[in-house]
Design a protein around this ligand. Sequence first.
Ligand code: GLN
Ligand code: ZN
Length: 770
Amino acid sequence: MSAAFPTFTIEGYPRVGANRELKKALESFWSGRIDEATFVSSAHSIRLENYARLRDLGLDQDYSIPADVALYDQVLETAVTVGLIGGDAADIDLTEYFALARGNSERAPLEMTKWFDTNYHYLVPEVSDDTVITPRPQRIIDIVNEAKAAGHVVRPFLVGPVTLLALSKPTEDAAADFSPLARLEDLIAAYQTVLAALAEAGVEWVQLAEPALVADLTIANDEHLAADASFAYRAILAEENRPQVLVTSPYGSLRQGLDALVSANPEALQVDLAPVTLANDPTYVSRVAAAVEGTDITLAAGVIDGRNIWAADLRERLGVLETLKEAGVDKLSVTTSVSLQHVPHSVAVETALPVDVAGWLSFADEKITEAKALAAALDGGAVAAADAFARSDRAVRTRSESARTHNQAVQDRVAALPDGQVARQPEFAGRVEAQKALGLPQLPTTTIGSFPQTPEIRKARADHRNGNLTDEQYTQALKDEVKSVIDLQERLGIDVLVHGEPERNDMVQYFAELLDGFVTTEHGWVQSYGSRCTRPSIVVGDVSRPAPMTVEWAKYAQSLSDKHVKGMLTGPVTILAWSFTRDDVPKSVSADQIGVALADEVADLEAAGIDIIQIDEPALRELLPLRAEDRPAYLDWAVRSFRLVSLDAKPETQIHTHLCYSEFGQIIDAVAALDADVTSIEAARSRMELLADLDESFHSEIGPGIWDIHSPRVPDVAELTELIKAALVNVPTDRLWVNPDCGLKTRGYAETEQSLRNMVLARDLVVESL
Ligand code: GLN
Ligand code: ZN
């Protein structure tokens, strides 16, 4: 008799540890401060501590704890386990593993890219017809046994075969028309081998994640992916020697994939039923019920939203579960919509949050309590669930009534804005005329904003936070830094200067701290990639700007130079993309509010004598909805919010924007629609390829980055000259700018100075040759 699926579970849990223990262990190991044995033993303890914590939170049924462990990335981990990476090697040791993730002197790391529409980055496997697939089941069996030895019966986790290939890319030498999905059949055999080994090891449940089935990907459309899933799961499930299989479909609603998966008949199927998913796809609950009803499948209903940080409305969520039950779904389990890896560990450690706000939040641990309460309530255990329901009721009530969430003045101001798209006047051509007064040279040089964040600045920031530097001393340290950044740019002969952003640790958190309507956490770390974590701010309510935020810095920097200094703002979309957002209003509402708040900043910068202002939108691509049909509406409000910021700027004020993280193809029209006067864009790694796609609708001046700042390598003058010339093939001379790919915050001064010097020299050479 095989184990039943647990009555409640979660899709995954943060891996870095409550105090970022894994981050610290990884970085100590990489820098040689600890040896491999010490690292291995820390990683082991972190996993076991997480299991113990999950059990204490109520995940005490067999297989209710997902073992979604990975030292660097879940995609890398699965790819190594099923053998899509690593050739015919019997095992991949730690040195090799981290070389794949981070590169070494011989090889570049695997490319890293965003995991669906989240802030998590995964490593992209490279596949060709020649890829040798060597399954390495022992890796995952070791994880299971390690847990078992500590008394935990965990559920091993793998990214599923369709998603793994859909997220892979062809190797450079693969045939031009090769698609990684062509290797599906071979890969299925590897999954069968791994599953058979798990069964031999006594494992009764395994989890295979197939989020590709909720997205419109360029590699294959919905129908194609659904057909692949049907093929893959019929084959995998036809094997007798395997654990029971939970297939998951986080990050949105299944379309054709729903029937494909149900008809393959896995023992359990997880679906994302988070409020936002149901708002985007209102018939999803009934479609899921109709598909699953009458089958033997356990439906793991992902009713607890794993993406945001708000306490769930448990009564409303229980309603969704009851609807499923009434529709005939008999085997029902409660789970999260996605892995909890996207939210911080626990609200309980946030002692500095306003108490009312703390009561409105649920991070990973609180969400587990919510899932547990729902499972109990569904089973008639109202008493066991009473505390959780009381907290939920209180959160729902006090949040909707709170003055912290509702600011009438902000709502009135936004309500008075015109509907639909807004446009700055005069149009671009008229502004170009007005901006001639700026007196810029041919092919003007500039940088993207930040200059290296030196250990001295970080130390000053920490000292200031700890009270070892007074406000005056800290401000003075930052001013000294601004002065030295201005002096350096003057010496290098750059045309449009920046102040260097030393006062900003994080370009979103900086604004979040100065705007009303946000809160920030002390410990709310979330893994971004590998050992890197970010601490997103939280939009709690209507957003407004109590006072100017950047004006003093811009003014001070401008006072040090006769050249133009750019004012530097982060745009509304990026602020929202890198924060946790409200669930009580659409993102577009917050975007409008941030847009007008930043418009006030633009006016104040102009009044302070700043005549070039950059509004960064590096995350414009990132929030692009996974489903194609949802994209136009998103791009509409995203563009509108940017345009609100610059709407009333004077014609002679030059508005710049900056975008990075490549893959602009899909959104290039929206980038044009931002209607900035100058657009700087990441392009060095793709050798200016994107410029060939620009048509006449892209009127803005453009600065394709010619120095890839992601690596410490100093580009030489010849190489930079060539890139500028390559850009001039597609961009007229009077519209081209010369700049690096992105901000220089993570670079050192040595390579920054040399690279910028070469950049100015290259520009001079090209101008001479015109
Ligand atoms: N102005 C920012 C900087 O230079 C832009 C950062 C970004 O694009 N990610 O740091
Ligand atoms: Zn950038």
